[in-house]
Design a protein around this ligand. Structure first.
Ligand code: ADP
Length: 165
């Protein structure tokens, strides 16, 4: 069985991430979406919330699993015994960072291979940060995230009183 890990913050998951997951599912039998807990990066949603949101989006696809992790990706990969890493590329600006991460991971563990998928051009400008920013100002975000994610995000912002407040 061909398996891969798709690591990211997913704060929250967007249609851009979903596009990458659907593309990668054509190559891999199972994708483990790995939600990173990065203490130095402030996130709007807790790890548990981000995991629950992704699970609700992929409830119909048993080839997609979701797990949280903290620490080095290589350690998580060893624990899972899965060394294929999926990342998405939106524009050339993503490339430098992704190239550096891919080579670093391979330096740390020679079995690590990063597979890049290019986004659908209609999502090339899309990021979780952009969606959150639009939602804060009351813009319609239904084009950028699934309906249930838009609902949860708007509810969260109502409770939190907006980001950075
Ligand atoms: P990170 O903080 O690790 O970059 P993200 O959740 O922002 O986490 O992104 C996870 C992965 O998904 C990265 O490889 C990123 O380039 C990719 N990605 C994010 N948004 C999009 C998009 N709109 N289209 C394609 N790939 C995307």
């Amino acid at each position: 069985m061909k398996t891969a890990i798709y690591p990211g913050s997913f704060d929250p998951i967007t249609n851009g991430h979903i596009d990458i997951i659907k593309r990668s599912r054509r190559l891999f039998d199972e994708i483990c979406i790995s939600v990173i807990h990065n203490p130095s990066k402030q996130s709007l949603f807790t790890m548990e919330e981000r995991i629950n949101i992704i699970q609700s989006v992929f409830v119909a696809d048993s080839g997609v699993t979701v797990e949280g992790f903290e620490g080095l990706l290589v350690d998580f990969a060893k624990k899972k015994n899965t060394f294929n890493i999926i990342r998405g590329l939106r524009a050339v600006s993503d490339f430098d960072y992704e190239f550096q991460m891919a080579l670093t991971n391979r330096k740390l563990e020679f079995r690590m291979n990063t597979v890049f998928f290019m986004t659908d051009e209609k999502y090339s400008y899309l990021s979780s940060s952009l969606v959150k920013e639009l939602a804060v100002y009351g813009a319609d975000i239904n084009e950028f995230v699934p309906e249930e994610v838009a609902c949860i995000l708007n509810k969260k912002l109502d409770t939190a009183g907006g980001i950075n407040k």
